[in-house]
Design a protein around this ligand. Structure first.
Ligand code: FSO
Ligand code: SF4
Length: 543
């Protein structure tokens, strides 16, 4: 196996024996093959469009769900991944029959095989990251592919709310196909990388519209960190439609629903507040789940990544849905637009003890674009009066590495006249610190999930307008972003597309950036890593 798609990749260069995430070589091979056949299918759909033929929504959804399945910590289930490869090959064979001209299709679009051949094909030189020999081309192809994986996750959540953007889907498939095209130069691939960022913005806008039209605009919300006396179900991941269905089905059952990790953002939406059995948030970022799922005592529903391979003690309480999967854990399926049946989880919950309390108190969040715009006058006044000197966008992911304590220390070390804008699970490094407020504005403003980084971009653009600036980089905003998996890659590409410069990325730069590609990012966009807290504070504040 060879995988270097996430920040925790072994030695910063690549997992080769077994994933640091727990992914086994067989699973890694099947995921590589799923990406390969999805690229093949995408070459066929792109050619179909070029011939003026339609590609169905179902095929678009298949491509997104396939990519999402291969995101770090989403799906460890060989059977589920194998089934997706079979489905993709079957779909591709059917579409091939509709083509007038199949002469320019890449090998990946032509290959077909049965389940017994998958392992050998996955191990063949044409499949997987190392199939591209030139390290700069490989780096850019993977950067684009990982960005598209992130974009696919956001598309999938919008699709579950019956929102589609066919242009985003068409681009995703075209770009996937282009990663197989040897005629593209390094410059072409750099341009395609930025174009991916453009569609990243569109994908996040689509999801934002889907979420807010279904559930209202996030609003300032105090979230309880403690527990209640009833048995509970813990819902994790990012899919708000799953949260809605679970809340509906648990109403009146005596079972409470708690959010975990990125699902915390569900607490901020008006539509969910009517449920009295919607309890608080239990636990922290994804990587602490082994201890926290143990003490939760009741069933856990993983709607997406990030799954940590579960301990036997709670494995029978862990359920997956959507793109998520783990061997031996029950998967609950459901088509978009149909109601999933969570009754088995609810029945199990009724037999479980209530959660054990691990924290008390509350946190405040819900600072997505509309809520911040509503406070715009206060915020602008605070900036003009000098009460707020600078904003720090600290969105992104959390992870297990000790080096990530940098972000806690950085948040603590920031002067009291600064405000942190956050989104994603990175916030768990500082959202429970008492960092105070500035004239009633909390010093940590949480917009929501990693895709809600879109909100942070809108807030920056709004401030640019209010202050009459020409360039978003003239604002008193610094970017110190933590990344872990591929959704952070699309967020980064989206920010680059929007013209944001000098983003600091940590705790380490991606292992998939070749030295030359890293240089392009440094020279054109001022991308940098992180240093020590003191040096970085000095750098950002120019003291
Ligand atoms: Fe975190 Fe996991 Fe949102 Fe990621 S829970 S690490 S970037 O999946 O998606 O921030
Ligand atoms: Fe390694 Fe990350 Fe790939 Fe898992 S997802 S195998 S930890 S690089």
């Amino acid at each position: 196996m060879f995988c270097y798609q996430c920040q925790e990749t072994a030695k910063g260069t690549g997992c080769t024996m077994r994933g640091v995430c727990g992914k086994l070589p067989e699973t890694a091979g099947l995921q590589d093959l799923l990406v390969y056949v999805t690229k093949g299918l995408s070459a066929v759909t792109t050619q179909l469009r070029a011939e003026g033929k339609e590609v169905s929504e179902q095929v678009n959804h298949l491509v997104s769900l396939n990519l999402f399945t291969t995101i770090t910590n989403a799906n460890f289930d060989d059977e589920a991944i194998t089934a997706k490869i079979v489905e993709t090959l079957t779909c591709k064979e059917q579409l091939l029959k509709q083509l007038d001209d199949a002469s320019k299709l890449p090998e990946a679009a032509k290959w077909n095989g049965c389940v017994g051949e998958f392992a050998a094909k996955a191990a063949s030189p044409e499949v997987g990251v190392l199939s591209t020999e030139n390290e700069d081309v490989r780096s850019l192809r993977e950067l684009i592919t990982y960005g598209l994986k992130g974009l696919s996750a956001y598309s999938k959540h919008a699709n579950a709310l019956l929102k589609d953007n066919v242009e985003v889907d068409a681009f995703m498939q075209k770009a996937l196909a282009l990663t197989l095209d040897d005629s593209l130069s390094v410059d072409d691939l750099v341009a395609l990388t930025l174009e991916t960022g453009k569609y990243g913005v569109d994908g996040m806008a689509l999801l934002d519209e889907a979420n807010t039209s279904a559930y209202g605009n996030p609003e300032i919300t105090k979230v309880d960190l403690g527990v209640r006396k009833n048995p509970g179900i813990l819902i994790s991941g990012h899919d708000l439609k799953d949260l809605e269905m679970l809340l509906e089905q648990t109403e009146g059952t005596g079972v409470d629903v708690y959010t975990h990790s990125e699902m915390l953002a569900g607490q901020y939406y008006p539509a969910f507040k009517k449920y009295e059995h919607f309890a608080g948030n239990y636990g922290n970022a994804w990587w602490k789940q082994k201890e926290e799922f143990e003490t939760f005592n009741g069933p856990i529903l993983m709607t997406t990544n990030c799954i940590v391979p579960p301990a036997d003690s709670y494995k029978d309480r862990l359920f997956t849905t959507g793109a998520a999967g783990y061997p031996g854990c029950k998967h609950i399926d459901g088509k978009y637009g149909e109601t999933k049946d969570f009754s088995e989880i609810i029945e199990l919950a009724k037999k479980c003890p209530a959660p054990t309390e691990i924290e008390t108190g509350e946190i405040v969040g819900g600072f997505a674009h509309e809520q911040v715009f509503a406070l715009a006058d206060t915020v602008v006044e605070a900036v003009k009066s000098g009460a707020i000197k600078k904003f720090f966008v600290m969105a992104g992911c959390d992870g297990r590495m000790k080096s990530r304590n940098y972000y806690t220390d950085f948040a603590k070390a920031l002067p009291k006249d600064t405000v942190i804008l956050t989104a994603g699970c990175a916030k768990y490094k500082y959202n429970k610190l008492d960092l105070g407020d500035i004239g009633g504005i909390p010093r940590v403003l949480d917009a929501g999930q990693c895709n809600d980084s879109y909100s942070l971009a809108l807030i920056a653009l709004k401030l640019k307008e209010v202050f009459g600036l020409d360039d978003v980089n003239e604002l008193p905003i610094a970017y110190n972003i933590a990344w872990y998996e591929q959704k952070a890659v699309i967020v980064l590409l989206a920010l680059l597309y929007l013209g944001v410069k000098n983003i600091h990325l940590g705790p380490t730069l991606p292992g998939f950036l070749s030295p030359n590609v890293a240089n392009v990012l440094v020279e054109n966009f001022g991308i940098a890593g992180i240093g020590t807290v003191d040096d970085d504070i000095e750098l950002f504040l120019g003291k």
